[in-house]
Ligand binder design. Structure first.
Ligand code: HEC
Length: 258
């Protein structure tokens, strides 16, 4: 009886330690943004995982890549941490030019959660991830003041439950303020690609003359293409841009290979 009691309490202590641990997402600001407490590399080091971070920003509900934002509009911020690692994690936050929280951050995808630290909204992993892919939504303020910067820090860890033998990285992405209110690029909306995420094939909703597939870092990939069907079998898992041209129409679609 007594023995059982001791085992139960030892287990709950272990549970509490796991809750507080770094692997389930840090609770301090380690985004690497100005006046943060540093980044993941303040502790995680010594590894050669080849860690890199790709951040893709699209208008919510579309595949239109955003390099600027409009007041009150919602954007999806997709994060892909790459590296030879089974245990990846991240932190990401959106700040204005004075390095303060701006707009509303919401809907972190499965495996991540939203915390408040250093007066900022920060999205963090909730457990180490194999794929290193997450996203969240950011809604621009109704009265924006200028460019915003998305600061992201990440680690591709070796899964040994320590901060040794891991490699960290940081990146930042700027969205400038688009003060116009009218809608543009309506011809882009007429072309869609599905299924997205895709596996072996990405299908276009109409025939186009030409396509170019690039990774988020800009590297071009050669794929077989038949007018409406793109063979995505040979692409490594991750996010890509599909630039298409048809006559004098062109556009960019973001897609994910899983
Ligand atoms: C102050 C030091 C410190 C900082 C900063 C830190 N970590 Fe950690 N992290 C640790 C320690 C210690 C462990 C191992 C024990 C644990 O899980 O808490 C760990 C474990 C992890 C693990 C599991 C590693 C494995 O190999 O199993 C992940 C993933 C992780 N941290 C992600 C992050 C991310 C992402 C950041 C930056 C946003 C970060 N950590 C910043 C100290 C830190």
């Amino acid at each position: 009886m007594r023995k059982n009691y001791i085992i139960v309490s030892a287990m709950s202590i272990a549970g509490a330690l796991i809750m507080m641990s770094s692997s389930s997402g840090r609770s301090d600001d380690r985004t690497g943004a100005p006046s943060s407490s540093g980044n993941c590399g303040s502790c995680h080091s010594g590894g050669t995982q080849g860690t890199s971070i790709n951040v893709a920003i699209t208008e919510k509900g579309t595949f239109n890549v955003a390099t600027s934002y409009k007041a009150g509009k919602t954007y999806t911020i997709a994060i892909a941490v790459q590296g030879t690692s089974t245990a990846k994690g991240f932190q990401s936050t959106v700040l204005d030019a004075t390095n303060k929280k701006t707009g509303t951050t919401a809907n972190p995808t499965s495996g991540s959660r939203l915390i408040s630290a250093n007066s900022r909204d920060i999205v963090v992993q909730s457990s180490p991830s194999l794929s290193g892919i997450w996203s969240y939504e950011w809604t621009a303020p109704a009265n924006p003041t200028g460019s915003v910067t998305i600061y992201t820090a990440a680690v591709a860890a070796n899964g040994t439950g320590s901060d040794n033998g891991d490699q960290a990285a940081t990146t930042s992405n700027i969205l400038t303020l688009d003060a116009t209110s009218g809608t543009s690029n309506n011809s882009l909306a007429s072309l869609s690609a599905f299924p997205n995420p895709c596996n072996d094939v990405l299908q276009l909703s109409k025939e186009v003359d030409q396509i170019v597939v690039t990774g988020i870092t800009g590297a071009a990939y050669t794929v077989d293409f038949s007018g409406t069907k793109i063979n995505t079998r040979t692409l490594p898992q991750g996010f890509y841009y599909l630039k298409w041209t048809n006559g004098n129409e062109s556009g960019i679609i973001k897609f994910q290979k899983i």
